[in-house]
Each structure stands twice: as C-alpha cells, then as structure tokens.
Design a protein around this ligand. Structure first.
Ligand SMILES: [Zn+2]
Length: 208
C-alpha cells in the first residue's frame, strides 16, 4: 500500500479584498478598502447604489456600483432597505465578492487564514503528500504563494517539482499553480526523493 500523508486546508479570507486603483488625490496606485457604507441615489423611479471604498492612504473615495439605473419596482424592498441602513452583513458580502473587480481593480489583497486538518494518519515520512483545498469564499491568493508560505518551500522549488512531475494539481492540471485558489483543488506532492519530506508533511498538517 502506498502511504499518503493527507490533509485538508480550509482557506478563509482574513479581510475583504482591497482592490488597487489609481487614486486621484495621491496620484498613484493605492489599495482601497470598503468603508462598509452605501450611497443610494433615487432619481424618480430609477435607483443607483454604490458601496463606498476609501483610499488606504488619503481616504479619497471610490464608489463601486451595486445597482445601476435599476427600476425601483424591480428591486427587492429588503435589499433597498438594507442599502439605506448600511447593513453590515450586506456590505461584508459585497466587499468579499471579487467577481466584478476587474481591470485596474483586479489586484486585490490576499491575506488568508488556513485551518489544517490531517485526514489520514500516515507517518510524516510518507512518500506522498496530498493537500485538498476547501475555499468557501473567493480569494485572490495564488496557489503557488499559498503552498510556498504554508509548506516553507520557495516558489522556485515548487516550480521545479512540478516540472519534474513530482507536483500535480487536479482538476485543471499544471496551470492551476499560478492561478487564484479554487475550492476542491487537490495538490499531490511526491516526497520520496526530498530529504526534508517529513518537515514538509509536518508543516502541511500543522504538526511542527
Ligand atoms: Zn489616496
């Protein structure tokens, strides 16, 4: 039987993404954070709403569209009411949604907390390590950066392991390594030839 040291990592964003955008007042690219407040404009029967972001350096504002020229009749009254009273749960949910943060806003912050569980009681000297990812909310952190930070390996070494066929990502294959984390991704590492395999497994299971 091939021994596999198998772990599950649950990755939770520690703070809402802070999109980097050109700040007019600073005259430079700056991270913007959600203020948790909305601006709602009702013009006759049309409603616009934005989530207000602030430059982390100078507090200049950027309005992220939430509703654009929507007919008031087509909006859930609960949503409208939540926007008017700056509902914290709604603001958190929208700030955590990176779906429409494109273009200049794409480079969001990526601070995460990782909860590690050992799924299989194989010895730390097992020749294989399997890391399964649970990512319940979208995060912008790249897989290679997560693995490097959590396993104590350089990204160059991860790249070399992948090129020699000793690091595999499933589903979606090798290109996943440089992409943001996805729920359900499984990373398999062959450690038989690595002299520090036991240290890597201990880091993977938070047993160090
Ligand atoms: Zn600024």
């Amino acid at each position: 039987m091939v021994e596999v040291f198998s772990v599950l990592w649950t990755v939770i964003p520690q703070s809402a993404p802070q999109p980097t955008m050109n700040c007019r007042r600073c005259g430079a690219a700056r991270p913007f954070r959600s203020s948790g407040k909305f601006r709602v404009n009702a013009n006759g029967k049309q409603v616009d709403a934005w989530l207000i972001y602030k430059c982390t350096t100078c507090d200049d504002t950027w309005n992220r569209p939430v509703l654009e020229r929507r007919s008031v009749d087509g909006i859930d009254p609960c949503l409208l009411e939540a926007l008017h009273r700056n509902d914290p749960a709604l603001a958190d949910r929208l700030a955590g949604d990176i779906g429409d943060l494109r273009g200049g806003a794409a480079a969001a912050s990526a601070a995460v907390a990782v909860r590690k569980e050992v799924l299989c009681e194989a010895p730390l000297s097992a020749p294989w390590l399997s890391v399964r990812l649970a990512v319940p909310q979208p995060v912008t952190l790249r897989l290679d950066r997560l693995l490097a930070g959590e396993l104590g390996l350089s990204r160059k070494r991860l790249q070399a392991l992948q090129e020699s066929g000793r690091l595999d990502t499933a589903p979606n294959g090798p290109r996943m390594l440089r992409r943001p984390l996805r729920d359900g991704t499984c990373v398999t590492l062959e450690l038989a030839r690595e002299c520090d395999g036991a240290t890597i497994c201990a880091a993977a299971g938070d047993l160090a």
